[in-house]
Design a protein around this ligand. Structure first.
Ligand code: MG
Ligand code: MG
Length: 256
């Protein structure tokens, strides 16, 4: 366990692959269900039903006390939104963040979904955050350091003037949702002093999850104790995959 980071066996990664593919399929089902008039609670019910049908366990329900199955955040909400009876309307920017347990192992993934036609600003934020995640994933090769992931993400989004959320970061994942190491979505110049920055090795599994804001990087938590929102009320986008480091480069577990 170098630097407290677990190295997973091939079997463990296979288990994580099973959990992760359920996450992918459920997110696909939800993406298809998204439409004006649909409530967030309805999406929460679909997530539960489609997970149980596939032999998985909804990972977020009850974790740290979270009351629902899936985190759904709308527009200026960044992460950890609690599904309510709120109805989606045309133009909403929806973040679906979902986790599943199978065989005791976790998979974790998030995507941003446009409800009908969204503004050009929203559309570009969605797309560039998605691309930033891909840039971060591409940096996950053995021998690179953890900071190379955030540097790649920052290099991609900085020219757009976007704010990179600093208060929440990616993470190791395995038999627990959140394991070592923390994986910031920004380069070393913003890291806190003394934060570990180990080299990546085959068998490490990380959840990389850039949270990118149209305006300021600063966020607040609503009085419900969960929902994280942008301080300036501008839009936010969030994309996440669970990825294994292998000798042959990154293997994204949360997509086929
Ligand atoms: Mg997640
Ligand atoms: Mg995560």
């Amino acid at each position: 366990m170098p630097g407290g980071i677990e190295i997973k066996t091939r079997d463990e990664i296979a288990y994580m692959r099973e959990a992760s593919l359920i996450v992918y399929e459920v997110l696909d089902e939800l993406t298809r269900a998204v439409a004006p008039g649909v409530t967030l609670e309805e999406l929460d019910s679909i997530a539960e039903r489609e997970t149980v049908r596939r032999g998985g366990v909804c990972a977020f329900k009850g974790l740290y006390g979270f009351p629902k199955n899936i985190c759904i955040s709308v527009n200026e909400q960044v992460v950890h939104g609690i599904p309510t009876r709120r109805k989606l309307v045309e133009g909403d920017l929806l973040k679906l963040d979902y986790g599943v347990i199978k065989h005791g192992y976790y998979g974790d993934s998030a995507r941003t979904v446009a409800v009908g036609k969204v503004s050009p600003d929203a559309s570009r934020l969605l797309e560039e955050t998605r691309v930033a995640l891909e840039k971060g994933i591409a940096a996950m090769v053995p021998g690179n350091r953890i900071s190379d992931i955030g540097s790649a993400i920052e290099a991609h989004v900085s020219p757009f003037g976007y704010g990179i959320v600093r208060d929440y970061v990616g993470h190791g994942i395995g038999k627990k949702l959140h394991e070592e190491p923390q994986v910031p979505n920004y380069g070393l110049s913003l890291w806190s002093r003394g934060q570990p920055n180990p080299r990546m090795r085959p068998g490490m599994v990380l959840a990389i999850e850039p949270m990118i804001n149209l305006g300021t990087h600063e966020v607040d938590t609503l009085p419900d104790g969960w929902t994280v929102v942008t301080r300036d009320g501008k839009l936010s986008s969030h994309w996440e995959h669970t990825i294994a480091v292998t000798e042959n480069g990154p293997q994204v577990l949360t997509r086929p």
